[in-house]
Design a protein around this ligand. Structure first.
Ligand code: ADP
Ligand code: MG
Length: 685
């Protein structure tokens, strides 16, 4: 699979189907950009109407090209796309970038053509990028391919960038001379008819010229495969994602609490964090972090020192650091003493170190060197606001020359002329940041990447115990019993019976007990007045059953029977649930339970491919988890038993693909610290 992508970035020859002599047309601009950037391979433009385009030989038909074609870029009008693809296939072209739009994004008809073309290419053993995309770039000297219509000359670097949106990709390329992002590879994947982020992740992981992978996504092609790549430890390069479309509502038509609380955006955030991927909020954050990975060593810890010549920006920087959970380093006395010799007497030798507006380039250099050499410091944020008397360029270059194996992130707030001067004259070209709050995110992303354990044991699917047909129903109590037994889930002993059998069953369970009216029409029993708790004797039992029957009658609900179970005096009510996300597959949820789950909204979700650490994180990230672990000297409950229940529930979700949603709500924690699942609902597709 990886080999099949190679020619998209490393072609020795390319064919441009639809090259044009008409200025400002895509077929013209694309070829012009390719020539302008200095592609090192052979170029075969094709256009039936001309022999020459932009000074090079043009072929009338694809079949006229007798040499081998590694990569075809197709920009012909939509009407000719299929015919062109057929020709390319017949010429044994295996890598095709289809830039032309007007397919799936336009409706059903376009979708079916797109499908047909994709199948043809795949059946011939080829791969398709696009359609509706804007091309590919490889900046390496050996290739020098800019097969997009943005006439920029991107500088070479180690960042790979995938954009699902063509326009956004173009915008990023347009801004290169301002943002100084240095790409190794760029690809716009458009409709992702074939090649998707999953292919490229694998490809870039294996390509030594790429150090950091950055993705702009609007949707995941196959979220479960995406996270499996990480779960299996196959991807270990830093991966940064900007995922747009954050406001999607919860799972449509969710029938459980778990489903309703598991909105797709929460799922995305949860899995991204779980597998050590960095989710960024905007493009600045995405590329700042990518540059961070590209240019700085990973910080060892979270102790940061701020060096500045201005108070305000330093405060903003410190706020941002603290918000990200980073800490201000405590400088060693020895460091402070040395700083005292350099820093103006009215400046500060405490962190943030303040050189005052008079701080010179030499002072900035010595101070940065001193704090970077301090063992208590893991990273430096150096801020320079250009005053009248000290030129920015000198300061920045001086700091760039500091030798340290720690990141030194510079924030520069100069006159606008500075940026061009830096771009042209800098010896180091280290990335600079424009706002004092920016370095915090970069450092936290680098730290998170460094701290993630990529080789942890995770739960894996095994064989399902139930032969379930996907028939869109809730499992019966006896089916749930079977599951609970197999997965050692602490399901409370219950009996399902009719009115007349109540008396007998109450003997077996004993008082106090709980009576629940059952109906296939009722999802939340307490809402229908179908739950009577703490029933202490037979009279109360009869009374409660009559009351429930009446209520059902009044609401026109069919009463299918009663369920009785022991009454457990609850110390806490928790929720453990699972659902199958349409993209990311089996998910697991833990949090505060009971009737008011939606109100408390105190839940954590993760992919069911759990590690021990994930389970600990789920528990400790919720309020109820913290309470269970023991607050204010309260006796802590048996957390390892709780972890086992979460683990078994996740295993159940992994094993039984037919289960779409399940809800154990509540799982009661008794005053003795024991767990009882008193309400279990399991839905199959
Ligand atoms: P539903 O969720 O359908 O409304 P539940 O079976 O979860 O019905 O019951 C609702 C509430 O009743 C629970 O949140 C809990 O407070 C209480 N409850 C249910 N079963 C028991 C039980 N066996 N012991 C103690 N309290 C219970
Ligand atoms: Mg319930």
């Amino acid at each position: 699979m990886i080999e099949s992508l190679k020619n998209f970035f490393y072609p020795s020859s390319i064919c441009i189907a639809g090259a044009s002599t008409k200025e400002k047309s895509i077929g013209y601009e694309l070829l012009k950009t390719i020539l302008h950037y200095g592609y090192t391979g052979k170029i075969y433009p094709v256009n039936p109407k001309t022999d020459e385009v932009l000074g090079i030989k043009c072929f009338k038909k694809i079949n006229d090209i007798s040499e081998h074609i590694d990569l075809a870029i197709v920009v012909v009008p939509k009407l000719y796309v299929e015919e062109t693809i057929d020709r390319l296939i017949s010429r044994n072209v295996k890598s095709i970038v289809l830039i032309t739009a007007g397919f799936k994004e336009t409706g059903l008809e376009g979708e079916s053509v797109e499908k047909r073309i994709t199948e043809k290419i795949k059946n011939a053993g080829g791969r398709l990028v696009g359609p509706n995309c804007m091309g590919v770039i490889n900046t390496s000297d050996a290739i020098k391919l800019n097969a997009t219509f943005v006439a920029e000359k991107p500088e070479h670097g180690t960042i790979a960038f995938l954009s699902q949106s063509g326009a956004l990709g173009a915008a990023v390329l347009n801004s290169l001379r301002e943002t100084d992002i240095r790409f190794g590879h760029f690809i716009s994947v458009g409709n992702k008819a074939d090649v998707s982020e999953n292919d490229l992740l694998e490809f870039w992981q294996s390509d030594p010229s790429i150090k950091t992978i950055s993705l702009y996504l609007e949707s995941f092609s196959d979220g479960e495969s995406f996270i499996k790549n990480f779960a299996d430890g196959k991807i270990n390069k830093p991966v940064l994602i900007l995922k747009a479309g954050c406001t999607e509502a919860g799972m449509k038509a969710a029938v459980s609490h778990t489903g309703a609380l598991g909105s797709s955006d929460r799922v995305v955030t949860a899995v991204i964090n779980q597998f050590g991927i960095c989710r960024t909020k905007n493009l600045t954050e995405l590329f700042n972090s990518a540059k961070g990975f590209e240019s700085f060593p990973l910080p060892v810890g979270n102790k940061i020192v701020v060096v500045t010549n201005a108070g305000g920006p330093a405060i903003i920087a410190v706020d941002a650091l603290e918000k990200e959970g980073l800490q201000l380093a405590e400088l060693k006395e020895a460091t402070k003493m040395k700083l005292r010799d350099i820093v103006h007497p009215e400046g500060s030798i405490e962190n943030p170190v303040d050189l005052l507006p008079g701080g010179t380039a030499e002072q900035f250099k010595s101070v940065n060197q001193l704090v970077a050499d301090d063992d208590n410091v893991d990273a430096v944020v150096s801020i320079f606001v250009e005053p009248v008397m000290v030129p920015a360029f000198e300061v920045v270059e001086n700091i760039n020359s500091v030798t340290a194996d720690k990141p030194i992130l510079q924030v520069v707030m100069p006159l606008p002329e500075f940026w061009n001067q830096y771009r042209i004259n800098s010896k180091y070209k280290t990335p600079l940041f424009r706002q004092p709050e920016e370095p915090a995110k970069v450092l936290v992303n680098m730290l998170r990447y460094k701290n993630i354990n990529r080789t942890v044991e995770r739960l894996k699917p095994s064989k399902s115990v139930l032969e379930l047909k996907p028939e869109n129903r809730f499992l019966s109590p006896s089916e749930i019993n079977l599951l609970a037994e197999h997965y050692k889930l602490p399901l409370i002993k219950s009996f399902v019976l009719n009115e007349r059998e109540l008396g007998k069953a109450s003997f077996e369970i004993g008082f106090p007990l709980v009576l629940k009216g059952l109906s296939s029409e009722v999802i939340h029993k307490s809402e229908a007045g179908a739950v009577a708790v703490n029933i202490r004797n037979s009279e109360e039992l009869i009374e409660a059953s009559i009351e429930i029957s009446k209520r059902f009658n009044r609401q026109g609900l069919a009463l299918d029977g009663f369920l009785i179970q022991p009454f457990i005096k609850a110390k806490h009510e928790i929720l453990i649930g699972g659902f199958r996300d349409p993209s990311f597959g089996p998910m697991i949820m833990f949090g505060s339970g009971g009737k008011y789950v939606e109100v408390y909204n105190d839940t954590a979700i993760k992919s069911a491919f759990l590690s021990e650490q994930d389970i600990d994180d789920m528990i400790s990230s919720t309020a109820i988890g913290k309470i269970l672990a023991g607050v204010r000297g309260e006796k802590e409950i048996n957390i390892s038993a709780l972890k086992e229940i979460i683990k078994s529930t996740a295993q159940l979700m992994l094993d039984s693909e037919e289960i779409s949603e399940l809800d154990f709500n509540p799982v009661i924690v008794s005053s003795e610290g024991e767990f009882f699942i008193v309400d279990a609902r399991v839905k199959v597709w």
